[in-house]
Design a protein around this ligand. Sequence first.
Ligand code: SF4
Ligand code: MG
Length: 321
Amino acid sequence: ARGLVRCYAGQKSLFTKPSLVRAVDGVDLTLNPGETLGIVGESGSGKSTLGRMLLGIDAPTEGQVLFDGQPMPALHSAPWRALRAQMQFVYQDPLAALDRRLTIARQIGEPLEIHGLATGAELAERVAELMAQVGLRQDQGARYPHELSGGQRQRVIIARALATSPRLLVCDEPVSALDVSIQAQVVNLLRDLQERHGIAMVFISHDLKVVRNICDRVAVMYLGRIVEEASSDQIFAQPEHPYTQALVSSVPVPGKRLQGRILLKGEPPNPAQRPAGCAFHPRCAAALQICAQSVPPLQPTAPARRAACHLLDASHAGQAA
Ligand code: SF4
Ligand code: MG
């Protein structure tokens, strides 16, 4: 399968004072139609940049992004604008993404107007339908963003993203700004809508427990690279990469005491100071001698599973640090 979106050897350098850093470094990733892929990692791991690359908002410095087998058109070009209806973005901060001077109904209907998909009574009907789908009351359509709660505002963003019946939805930390009590509601809403409409979804989060409930597959990023990719079940039941193992060990399982929590030592990753070899080696309790020198390739460890760690490479097994 060629996938709906494919990032091939995607690399993105960004100027972050005082230097040029490689935010995304050689990422190969395929998102299949109707699938939900989680991208997890600490801040600075490049996951937001990768999400923007998948939508053509950030063009790769090297490599390529394909949508439906075709090269992603340049940002704001006519072909990109035409594709835009098929790919939507849900951001972390709904208030920043909304126009404070426009009513909720107006903003939900905006993409339909922009893409010439509905006008007049049909537009009003479609907006009412979208509001119902995301659990907003009809009378809230006449309200302004600041009159709604954070959770309601994120429902507005989701309704607006769904308006054009997209095939791809990229959600970047969609619930991290919300109260924990509201997070599950919004995640469940996204999951229901994704299932109902068969949308391919990328769900970016630093919070592994949020990802667990919604993703079919998970890619774990560390300093711009994917270090592990597997089904959600495999990631949580049997993480292979030491970094994933540490992340998973801190996720509580309902009804179980947290056991064997692996605390990450050292500094969080800084893209401006990438360690040589395996970028995770200064924090890795299992590091071998080779880890400081040689970058472990991301390679298959089982069908539909990949990981980048020298420990998983038979030729290095048994070598002591
Ligand atoms: Fe740890 Fe080495 Fe594996 Fe990197 S390659 S995760 S340092 S064991
Ligand atoms: Mg981010």
